[in-house]
Design a protein around this ligand. Structure first.
Ligand SMILES: [Zn+2]
Length: 192
């Protein structure tokens, strides 16, 4: 068994920016796949993240792990998830990513979504997410499509360093855009 935690790939790695392929459902029960799920969990805990996706660890298949955003503490694996937008109105949060160290961005994402996929045992899994839960979910799902949060910013000025974001009380009210200074920070990596 290989239990070494792979290094996290970061912004600019060409394969991180490619769509990943679907998991063969027959593979879910294999030792190799289950070992990778365990490594995702170790990585999530090691980095103190709210989510971590297989492509970030160099496995270019469609699965990820995220903390249940409702605060239950549960860790939920999503395999081959399909996303449908229920409410396209954007909600805005500051977000970060293990693969984009040191940077944060003010990003708008659809407010309501429905997801259908499979859990870690290959059983069907469906859920509707709203507001910040939908925001977090979509960040992780984007990794499966090769999309990192900097690709989602409405304006390059909406991306700042983590250090600068800590100083935002000193920003003008409308910097970098009206509403951003007061928006919640939903960091995927609290230490990032
Ligand atoms: Zn991420």
């Amino acid at each position: 068994m290989n239990d070494e935690l792979p290094e996290v790939l970061t912004l600019g790695h060409p394969k991180l920016a490619q769509p990943s392929v679907r998991v063969d459902l027959e593979d879910i029960k294999t030792d190799l796949f289950q070992e990778r799920l365990a490594l995702l969990e170790r990585g999530l805990k090691h980095y103190g993240a709210n989510g971590i996706a297989a492509p970030q660890l160099g496995w270019f298949e469609r699965y990820f792990l995220m903390r249940d955003p409702s605060g239950s503490g549960a860790l939920v694996y999503w395999i081959n998830p399909e996303l449908k937008i229920l409410d396209p109105e954007l909600v805005w949060y500051w977000e970060g990513c293990l693969s984009v160290p040191g940077l944060k961005a003010y990003v708008g994402r659809p407010r309501g979504i429905k997801v259908d996929g499979y859990d870690r045992y290959g059983r069907p899994l469906s859920h509707e997410f709203g507001d910040w839960e939908a925001h977090l979910y979509q960040h992780e799902h984007d990794h499966l499509d090769g999309i990192l949060f900097p690709y989602r910013v409405a304006d390059p000025r909406h991306m700042v360093t983590a250090d600068e974001l800590k100083q935002r009380d000193n920003w003008p009210d409308d910097w970098p855009v009206a509403g951003a200074r007061e928006a919640p920070i939903r960091v995927v990596n609290p230490d990032g």
